[in-house]
Design a binder for this molecule. Structure first.
Ligand SMILES: *Cc1c(COP(=O)(O)O)cnc(C)c1O
Length: 510
């Protein structure tokens, strides 16, 4: 902020108070200039991001190699600040060289698209800058979080429960793992790991990598995650789970948790929750369902059967920032227990923040359920969006994503060179593209070796052109395939056609 002139003026005033050579009168910043800057920056955000979000003639990304991008951006921070015009230009550059994840042809991740309400909710919270630990600091956002958690619990099918919003599904999974362990041996909170038997948990081979990370972070150890075989569709095989639980028991270790996945990250597979819940019940194991990706199907009357049996889970991770477009990050861990287990497990009762003699109902100071101190009001963007669209609007998003995936599958079947990996259950459409030169080749190691190289080449070309972004994945014998995920409400049938046309075009010479 430019304050030089103001300072001079202030010094001339008799009332100027100097301490250690610092003038203390008036504000440090020139608020008029600051307001003008915010206004102009907002205009840039409107013109360069919001208004272009559904424009397919815009590039998805303006790709540059890291060294080149470093030069373009002028990243060096100097002793003297720069003028507003320069800073606004920097803002424009940042936008220009960033990936437009809200572009209808950004198919790279499990999220995309722009939800206008959650965007405004983010503007509001960025401006208010609250921290969701106590009712006194975040009265509205705490009540909003409570309301959203209550509603999500309803959709899971529990009569009551508890929950907390976390920075990411990975963190929710870690919370669940720690909570299950606390339930299994509450002494751990005070005594630590030293007195414990070897704890073992189970997750499918197709589970999210955060399970491994959580096991390592929590001191359980990655070797004590027993990966359960999946069937040809990527679903956990319950009989294999039963076998592994028995094996763990025979080894003298202590099984405590099963992590099922509802909507695996790559194939979009749903583990058979009912059968897994039976096994958990028999063996007294905590059942956590990682529904980070698939949880949104609960909103759809048509598709919620994919998660049949989820009401039997002890905890559920669900990311509204994926298919429902609530904006990163928006992730809840929901817990069936309503006896305060979450708080007992995580609380540290900091006396400076969570005083028990406050003048209001301190049960609203929910921050002690979290391992965080400062926490963002992530539930708010989901709430504002839900208010604006209603449950039927959210349901429409899920139904549309799955219908678009069906459409893409049918188109893939019609086109030469495209080969579906498997019939999708969800919005993950996985396929190979076999370029013209490989179509006559015999099936064998050489064919697969060559095919393996195709997806990365196409990917490079699409990124350099900026026409779309699509993820690929090595899998099953390290052969790359494309994994298409349809979630953006801006995505239309035309974008699905474009996806396939563009692959054909980019791979014409391969
Ligand atoms: C995306 C995903 C996660 C991780 O969620 P983040 O919010 O990215 O941490 C966990 N599990 C599954 C199944 C996912 O698809």
């Amino acid at each position: 902020m430019e304050v030089g002139a103001g300072k001079q003026e202030m010094l001339q005033k008799k009332s100027a108070v100097l301490v250690d050579g610092v003038i203390l009168n008036g504000p440090i910043m020139d608020s008029k200039a600051g307001e003008k800057f915010v206004e102009e920056a907002c205009k840039i955000i409107m013109e360069e991001i919001v208004q272009k979000a559904d424009d397919v003639t815009e590039k998805v990304c303006e790709w540059q190699a890291p060294e080149k991008l470093k030069q373009i951006l002028d990243l060096e921070m100097r002793d003297t600040g720069e003028c507003h015009q320069k800073i606004l230009q920097l803002c424009r550059d940042v936008i220009k060289y960033s990936v437009k994840t809200n572009h209808p042809r950004f198919f790279n991740q499990l999220y995309a698209g722009m939800d206008y309400y959650s965007l405004v909710a983010r503007f509001i919270t960025e401006a208010l800058n609250p921290s969701v630990y106590t009712y006194e600091v975040s009265p509205v956002f705490l009540l909003v979080e409570e309301a959203v958690i209550k509603k999500m619990i309803e959709f899971i099918g529990w009569e009551e429960g508890d929950g907390i919003f976390n920075p990411g599904g990975s963190v929710s999974n870690m919370y669940a793992m720690n909570l299950a362990r606390y339930k299994f041996c509450p002494e751990i909170k005070e005594k630590g790991l030293s007195g414990l038997p070897r704890l073992v948990l189970f997750a499918s081979e197709e589970c999210h990598y955060s399970m491994k990370k959580a096991a390592s972070f929590l001191g359980i150890g990655t070797e004590n995650v027993y990966f359960i075989k999946t069937d040809e569709r990527g679903k956990m095989i319950p009989e294999e789970l039963e076998k592994q639980v028995q094996r763990a028991r025979k080894e003298g270790s202590a099984p405590f948790l099963v992590c099922a996945t509802a909507g695996t990250t790559v194939l979009g597979a749903f583990d058979p929750l009912d059968k897994i819940a039976d096994i958990c019940e028999n063996h007294g194991l905590w059942l956590h369902v990682d529904a980070s990706w698939g949880g949104s199907a609960l909103i759809s009357r048509k598709h919620r059967r994919l998660l049949h049996g989820i009401h039997r889970a002890d905890s559920v991770a669900w990311n509204p920032h994926k298919m429902l477009l609530a904006g990163i990050q928006c992730c809840a861990l929901l817990v069936k227990d309503n006896s305060g287990l979450l708080k007992k497990c995580y609380s540290a009762e900091a006396a400076y923040l969570f005083q028990q003699d406050k003048f209001y109902d301190v049960s609203y100071d929910t921050g002690d359920k979290s391992i965080q101190c400062s926490r963002r009001p992530d539930a708010f963007k989901f709430w504002l969006m839900w208010k604006a669209l209603g449950t039927t609007g959210l349901e429409e998003r899920v139904n549309r994503a799955l219908a678009l995936a069906r459409y893409l599958v049918e188109e893939i079947k019609k086109r030469e060179g495209f080969q579906l990996l498997l019939e999708p259950e969800y919005a993950n459409v996985c396929f190979w593209y076999i370029p013209p030169s490989l179509r006559k080749m015999e099936d064998g190691p050489e064919f697969w070796e060559k095919l393996h190289q195709v997806a990365p080449i196409i990917k490079e070309r699409m990124m350099k052109k900026g026409s779309m972004m699509l993820g690929y994945q090595p899998h099953w014998g390290k052969v790359n395939f494309f994994r298409q995920v349809v979630i953006s409400p801006q995505v239309s049938r035309e974008d699905m056609d474009f996806l396939l046309d563009e692959i054909e075009l980019l791979a014409k010479d391969l």
